[in-house]
Design a protein around this ligand. Structure first.
Ligand SMILES: [Zn+2]
Length: 184
């Protein structure tokens, strides 16, 4: 993946974590082919933020750590009616950096609390963000009420607390916006 629109998309993970740097951006479905394949349409976006830090090891030396947060909403196909359903996402993930892929794989098996990934001088931040966005997608998104007859008199408080299916009716302004933009 090459740098786009002048924004930085690769980092030197060693320098980034030593300086405690932070990098932020916005992921749009139209820019991410692997993510886009899983979505209902191009609407929505995820704001992301990546932060680096070093943590001292008890035995000496230090580990590079990355923390990634993702927040926003995307349109997923409803598993029942296949129409778009807006899906909010809010994820924080932490990683420990290893020098080589072999070391990352070995450490990842031993490490329960944090993922171990391979760092480097040309670490592709957007690929990491897209990977995490894909992994954070819910497996079976569906509308709270889907037009299908759902008659559950014994469903209890959980059913009563469900929102009144706002996603069923397309927002006229969103439709207008898409018409103005034309086919993509
Ligand atoms: Zn549905």
């Amino acid at each position: 993946m090459h740098a786009r629109r002048g924004s930085r998309t690769t980092i030197d993970t060693d320098a980034f974590t030593r300086a405690g740097e932070r990098l932020e951006g916005t992921l749009r479905p139209g820019d991410c082919s692997r993510l886009r394949e899983l979505l209902a349409d191009d609407r929505g976006e995820l704001r992301w933020s990546l932060r680096g830090e070093r943590r001292r090891r008890p035995e000496g030396g230090s580990d590079g750590l990355l923390e990634l947060t993702l927040a926003g909403a995307l349109q997923l196909p409803c598993v029942r009616c296949l129409e778009p359903v807006e899906t909010a996402m809010d994820e924080t993930r932490q990683y420990r950096l290893a020098l080589t892929e072999a070391q990352a794989e070995r450490d990842d098996l031993e490490s329960e609390d944090v993922d171990v990934i391979t760092g480097g001088q040309n670490f592709d931040v957007l690929a990491l963000v897209e990977d995490e966005a894909i992994m954070a997608l819910p497996l079976a998104p569906s509308h709270a009420a889907c037009g299908l007859p759902v008659d559950l008199p014994d469903a209890g408080p959980a059913a009563e607390a469900a929102p009144e299916a706002p996603a069923e009716r397309p927002n006229p302004f969103a439709v207008l916006e898409r018409l103005k933009r034309g086919p993509q």
